[in-house]
Every structure is written in structure tokens, then in C-alpha cells.
Design a protein around this ligand. Structure first.
Ligand SMILES: [Zn+2]
Length: 373
């Protein structure tokens, strides 16, 4: 029995290593600004998945397309094997699942929540002591599989929405929705007649005057795109800037990336988004490898865009999950009896592979006053 468990664990570890390599490879291939923009546009259509998982789905689907297993170069929505069965659909024989990383959570209890060392892992079915607070935390990842709808057959599923826009047209309600979020963050939205009033830019966020200005002499699509970019600055950056971050232009990358994801989720053409070469902004920072910088930036952008999109009541394209699917809860990893205590409380993987847990405050770093587009 113990041997079997060890073998299962070894198989899982090997799969995770393989998955980690696949992911690193996918991130390393994002070398140009265009690659990055394509990856973000893809991630916008799978926005409920982590940025890492969108890259894993993308690359594995492309490989399946190249070998003729799937008819389209892009997947439309993915789900697990049993989830497809809930829709009356069956994965077709010979269709390989796409491996992704699923979170594994554990329950922790503490009587003194402000003391980080006081949290203890609860065993299976174990109840907290009187006065203890229980929280669920991510402790690691496990490999999981999803299949695109085109790899399954059975009952038809509802078509994911696909808003269509004419060139230069802004999605209905998007300007007002974004402006409302800018105002909720304590900034007022100002429309200026031309770029001469904002240092030649399309838009400008002023952290001293608490204003977001957008020039009016552009088509409605360009105006709303600019407003989304400035909202990205408002949510992610602030006045007491972390200089290095801004010097390397990563603040602009983040704001433009948020705007691209928000636009793509509304079916807007994303070819006009300008993002500099990944290599120029992803260079080693804070001792982090470029691959890690790219992954972290992608996830930060995705979370910000998702938070913006969730507050809008606009018509948006599908989010990569079949309409109406109740996504399964993360798998609990309960400590196994007989394992040494220290081992059972330790995450199985190094932190680098673990997708960012939970929600962090979005307002983190910073820009000098008066960021321009
Ligand atoms: Zn900007």
C-alpha cells in the first residue's frame, strides 16, 4: 500500500516536472510584443483560468491542431472529463486531454490569526479547537486535464456569446462602465479636445489632480481603449512610484495589456495595441528570471482585467468555460496517516510552480505623476 502511494506520488511529480517544462517553454517563446499581445488576446477568451493555464491550453491545442486532432487552431471552451458528461457530452476516443495545473488546498486553524506561525494544518475531518478560526489555503498543485468542446461529442451546448463590432465602434456601455470604475477609485474623467492639452498623448492619468484625461479627437473605439489603459494605471499604479519598474516601462506594458484584455473580451480588434518587445521589459528584475517576470506580469494583468470585466454589465465574449458550468472545487489534500508531521504540512512543490494564491490588493506599484499613454 505504502509503495503504491509512493509510486503514485512519483508519477505525479514526474507529470508536474513535465508540465513545468512545457510552461517554461511556452513563456520563453513569447519574445516579441506581438507574441505577447496574441497570448493576452487568447488569455482574454480563457480569462477564468490562470495565465499559466491559458498558455498550457493554447500550446497543447495548437499541437493537437497541427497533428489534425482538432479542426480549429483555437479552442473555444474547455472543461474536465466529468464536466463534459454533465453536459451530456463525451470525450471522443483518442483525444488527449490538455494538462493544466489545478490547485490543491488544505485547511488551517489558528486562535491568533495575526501570528503567522500559529496556523496549524487540520487533518481529514479534524475540527478546530474552541476559539480557532479556519481558513482554506492553497498548498500545492496537481496535474489536471481539460478537453476542448471540439474533442467531445453529444448534446449541443449553448453557443458562447460573440459580440461583433464595426471598425472604430465602441462596445455599448463600455465607456460608461469604465468611467464609473475610474470615478469609484477617486479620479474624475475629463475629456479634452486634442492631444496638445495632454502632452501629445491619447490619455493621461494625473495622480496629483486625481484626473484621468482622454482626448476626444479619436474614434470611439480608440477613446474607450485609452480609458481602459488609464484605468489600468489607476488600479495598478500610484504616485510614489517604484522607479525601476517605471523606468523599464513595465507600467506601460501592464496598462496597455489590461486595455487589450478588456478590449478582447468585448470582441474589439486588438491589432492596434502597441506593446514593446518582451525582452526589453522582462529583463531580470528583483533577482527574478525573465520567464518569471513574464508569468507574474501576465497573471497581474489578468487579475486586474478580470476584476474590471466582472464589474461591467456589457456584452462580453465567452470566458473559456462552457456556459452554465459550475466549476469543481479545488481538491483537498489531506495529510496521510503515517507520514511525518513536518512532511505532511509542506507543500509538495516549490513556490515557483504554484499559481498565485488568492486575491491580493490590486493597487501595488506605482508611476510618477502624469503617466501618458
Ligand atoms: Zn500609460
Amino acid at each position: 500500500m505504502a509503495t503504491t502511494r509512493k509510486q503514485t506520488q512519483a508519477t505525479r511529480e514526474a507529470k508536474l516536472d513535465e508540465l513545468h517544462e512545457r510552461l517554461t517553454g511556452a513563456v520563453e517563446r513569447l519574445v516579441s510584443g506581438e507574441d505577447w499581445a496574441r497570448a493576452l488576446a487568447f488569455a482574454a477568451r480563457f480569462r477564468t483560468r490562470s495565465f499559466s493555464n491559458t498558455l498550457l491550453i493554447w500550446t497543447q491545442h495548437q499541437a493537437a491542431f497541427e497533428t489534425g486532432l482538432v479542426p480549429d487552431p483555437f479552442p473555444s471552451c474547455v472543461a474536465g472529463y466529468r464536466q463534459w458528461q454533465q453536459f451530456g457530452r463525451q470525450v471522443e476516443k483518442g483525444q488527449p486531454g490538455y494538462q493544466i495545473l489545478a490547485p490543491v488546498t488544505g485547511r488551517f486553524a489558528s486562535a491568533n490569526t495575526s501570528d503567522v506561525d500559529s496556523w496549524r494544518r487540520l487533518g481529514k475531518g479534524e475540527k478546530p479547537r474552541a476559539g480557532e478560526v479556519v481558513r482554506t489555503r492553497m498548498v500545492g498543485v496537481r496535474p489536471a486535464y481539460v478537453w476542448d468542446v471540439s474533442q467531445t461529442a453529444g448534446d449541443p451546448i449553448p453557443e458562447p456569446p460573440a459580440p461583433k463590432l464595426l471598425e472604430g465602434e465602441a462596445p455599448v456601455g463600455l465607456w460608461d462602465g469604465l468611467a464609473g470604475q475610474v470615478e469609484a477609485a477617486g479620479f474624475s474623467v475629463v475629456r479634452v479636445p486634442h492631444e496638445g492639452m495632454i502632452r501629445g498623448a491619447n490619455g493621461m492619468t494625473d495622480y496629483t489632480a486625481n484626473t484621468v484625461a482622454v482626448r476626444e479627437n479619436m474614434d470611439p473605439a480608440a477613446q474607450v481603449k485609452t480609458l481602459a489603459h488609464e484605468l489600468g494605471h489607476v488600479l495598478l499604479h500610484g504616485p510614489d512610484a517604484e522607479e525601476a519598474r517605471q523606468h523599464r516601462g513595465i507600467g506601460e506594458v501592464e496598462a496597455e495589456s489590461v486595455a487589450l484584455m478588456v478590449g478582447a473580451a468585448h470582441g474589439m480588434d486588438t491589432s492596434g495595441y502597441t506593446i514593446p518587445y518582451v525582452s526589453t521589459w522582462a529583463a531580470r528584475v528583483d533577482d527574478k528570471e525573465p520567464v518569471e517576470v513574464v508569468k507574474a506580469t501576465g497573471e497581474r494583468v489578468r487579475k486586474t482585467a478580470l476584476a474590471i470585466l466582472d464589474q461591467l454589465d456589457t456584452a462580453q465574449v465567452g470566458d473559456g468555460t462552457p456556459p452554465g458550468l459550475d466549476r469543481e472545487k479545488p481538491q483537498r489534500s489531506e495529510p496521510q496517516r503515517g507520514e511525518p508531521a513536518h512532511e505532511r504540512n509542506t507543500p509538495r512543490r516549490p513556490a515557483a510552480l504554484v499559481p498565485e494564491p488568492g486575491v491580493r490588493p490590486v493597487r501595488v506599484s506605482v508611476a510618477p505623476a502624469g503617466r501618458e499613454l
